[in-house]
Design a protein around this ligand. Structure first.
Ligand SMILES: [Zn+2]
Length: 380
């Protein structure tokens, strides 16, 4: 039922279209061209399709195959944007070698888009009868701020969603979330020779960094999740001081905290704030503030959820059923927050966000078969 030639040709076309996220790399093309391609393809396949503009140059494309009765509806989701192409020899070449297709986005996640279009073709040409709606949601900007999915979940809902991020055809039941926090220590400006007057914000930050290092070791050792690994923390950015011979008035760090399913926004914030409160009690000159900059919920779905059962039943030999979790965050977190049970499955490949990226073409065909069978199982 799956048309492998159609899927391969579609994948080649998709990789040849630049859809680099313009917020990640200057000159990135965004999603208009790839979105137009998807809209046209869906329309030719008999799906109703809409192009939804989010902001200039950024669109979502939503295709719909209406159910014949009031059965369960399913979203198949993939993001259209890719990370940048700096340092890549042939990012849009879509060269096929030994069963692998190379190019930016081949694995993350144009292979998945091609697999979903393979489902669309099989369903429409086979006049497959689904009781519930099948919604194909191709979104913008997953690689940066997820403006695509954020808008989409305000406008549509469904009984379940499959996010088709790469999983090597394993069933991904969840992922870690993350929080980004800005901590500022406040000093007192003075001439470098006036040590009785100055308070050095940079040295005060040293105390915070020591405590963060302790916390990092503690949570990595003690907080573990069976699929998603352990919680973690690091400090990707630091900035402090204004000049030599002046006591620093301010030091600012950005803390990146990766959370496990079950960890809560308020608890994670309070844990960090607690460090500053403790330091303040020990040292009357210590002054610091903290604010949360980004929060993305972790995600987890039960093996017993209807969509997971439908998907698990569709993984057939030569592939075998294996459950995993991801350590990075994905749009599935947003779908789940909107109350849509969400699971993740995608193709095999490698080189994600690296200078050589590829997808295994056979796994794209397999993914298409798995998604088709899951839709038939679920949309009843
Ligand atoms: Zn991705």
């Amino acid at each position: 039922m799956i048309d492998s030639d159609f899927i391969t040709n579609t994948l080649v076309d998709l990789v040849r279209i630049n859809s680099v996220n313009p917020d990640l790399e200057k000159g990135g093309a965004g999603e208009v061209e790839i979105g137009t391609y998807l809209h046209n393809t869906l329309s030719l396949l008999g799906f109703s399709s809409t192009v939804d503009t989010i902001t200039e140059g950024r669109v979502n494309v939503i295709g719909k195959y209406p159910g014949t009765r009031n059965g369960k509806s399913l979203i198949l989701n993939a993001h259209m944007d890719t990370v940048g192409v700096q340092g890549m020899k042939n990012p849009f070449g879509a060269i096929i070698k030994e069963g692998k297709l190379f190019g930016r986005g081949a694995y993350d996640m144009k292979g998945s888009i091609a697999a979903i279009l393979g489902v669309a073709k099989a369903i429409s040409e086979g006049h497959v009868n689904l009781s519930g709606d099948l919604i194909l949601a191709f979104v913008a900007d997953e690689e940066y701020e997820s403006i695509g999915t954020s808008k989409l979940i305000k406008e549509i809902s469904a009984d379940a969603c499959i996010v088709t991020e790469p999983t090597d055809l394993r069933v991904c039941l969840g992922h870690r979330g993350f929080g980004v926090y800005e901590i500022t220590t406040h000093g007192k400006v003075a001439h470098g020779g006036l040590h009785k007057e100055g308070i050095d914000a940079n040295i005060k930050m040293g105390k915070v960094l020591y405590q963060l290092d302790q916390l990092s070791k503690e949570i990595t050792a003690s907080r573990k999740h069976k699929l998603c690994g352990e919680a973690s923390l690091h400090v990707p950015l630091i900035k402090g001081g204004q000049s030599l011979f002046i006591y620093s008035d301010r030091c600012i760090i950005q803390v990146e905290r990766r959370t496990l399913p079950g960890e809560m926004e308020t608890t994670v914030f309070e844990e960090l704030k607690g460090i500053l409160d403790k330091l303040n009690k020990e040292d009357k000159d210590f002054k610091a503030t903290i604010k949360q900059v980004i929060w993305r919920n972790p995600h987890e779905i039960s093996k017993d959820a209807a969509i997971v059962k439908s998907l698990s039943k569709s993984i057939l030999p030569p592939n075998h059923l294996e459950y995993i979790g991801h350590t990075w965050w994905e749009d599935s977190g947003l779908f789940a927050e909107a109350g849509i049970p969400t699971v993740i499955v995608g193709p095999k490949g490698g080189g994600i966000h690296q200078q050589e990226e590829w997808v295994e073409i056979d796994s794209v065909f397999d993914l298409s078969k798995i998604l088709l069978q899951t839709a038939i199982n679920f949309c009843q």
